[in-house]
Design a protein around this ligand. Structure first.
Ligand SMILES: [Zn+2]
Length: 281
């Protein structure tokens, strides 16, 4: 194909431009300024940490450290390994120092009575509202969701929640984010031993509601399927193979990645899960 330089330049621009625009520096600054005004004298610190604006009620140095430390580290490694596109909306990240201020803040600023003590994402307010008292694991979990939405909109709930749950206990290994076994393991083992964990294809075929209303521990099932792939060095290959695949259950991508059908893979996965050790943090 013949290309004039103008066409070539336009093609180059089109191929490098993100499909959806992330918030600009000016938009982030404007939001931070508006929040500072709204929260003036109420004990909050507001920090721009692109692509987010962070609001916290702990000591100013602690809030700044949460933003430029844990949040920046998690987001940087997630973007490096999985996500080329940033969320296309400006998301506020509210970090409360304990459950008491979290519940009071959710009520005062968002009109919410949270049904979880840990934290949640409010689509209505485009905000993550987090209790940092128990640690940052819920924040790293929630950070995954807007990135999945922006980069893999067809992802089924099992993959979205499995990947988010994997990074509830993140560490860094050779410059990559890695999820360690966590508190979701004992219940998974219990369900495997009791024979109540359904076949893997049941998990893969769950609908949105089917996942969230599952009679089995769907979060743990999805998390440890994804951790298996991570621990065997296959998670990135699986993600690349799955994102955009016509089979939105992930079975085709999974079988291609592990090199065998579910019928022979699943017993291996169950044995691996039962042998996995965790200190359950
Ligand atoms: Zn989640």
């Amino acid at each position: 194909m013949r290309c004039t330089s103008a066409v070539a330049a336009a093609l180059l621009a089109a191929s490098t431009a993100p499909a959806l625009a992330e918030p600009t520096a000016d938009e982030l600054t404007a939001r931070a300024t508006a929040l500072q005004k709204k929260l003036s004298g109420k004990g909050f610190t507001v920090v721009v940490e692109a692509p987010f604006v962070v609001v916290g009620d702990d000591a100013p140095s602690t809030v700044r450290h949460q933003a430029t430390g844990f949040l920046r580290w998690t987001v940087g490694l997630l973007e490096k390994d999985f996500f080329k596109t940033r969320p296309d909306k400006l998301i506020e990240v509210w970090l409360f120092k304990n459950e008491k201020t979290y519940r009071a803040g959710a009520k005062a600023w968002f009109g919410d009575d949270p049904d979880t003590p840990y934290g949640y994402y409010s689509p209505e307010h485009v905000a993550m509202i987090m209790n940092m008292g128990p640690g940052a694991g819920t924040l790293s979990h929630e950070l995954v969701h807007p990135y999945v939405e922006a980069n893999f909109p067809a992802a089924p709930s099992w993959f979205n929640e499995g990947l988010a749950s994997l990074f509830e206990r993140p560490t860094e290994v050779h410059g990559h984010l890695q999820g360690l076994p966590n508190w979701r393991l004992p219940n998974l083992k219990k369900e495997i031993k009791a024979g109540t964990l359904p076949e893997m294809k049941v998990l893969l075929q769950t609908t949105h509601d089917g996942f969230y209303d599952a009679k089995f521990d769907a979060y743990a099932y999805a998390r440890y399927l994804i951790e298996y792939l991570q621990d065997h060095g296959q998670l990135h290959a699986f993600y690349e193979r799955f994102n955009g695949d016509p089979d939105t259950t992930g079975q085709v991508a999974l079988e291609a990645t592990v090199g065998e059908p579910l019928a022979t893979f699943e017993p291996k996965w169950r044995a691996w899960a039962l042998a996995l050790k965790s200190d359950n943090r």
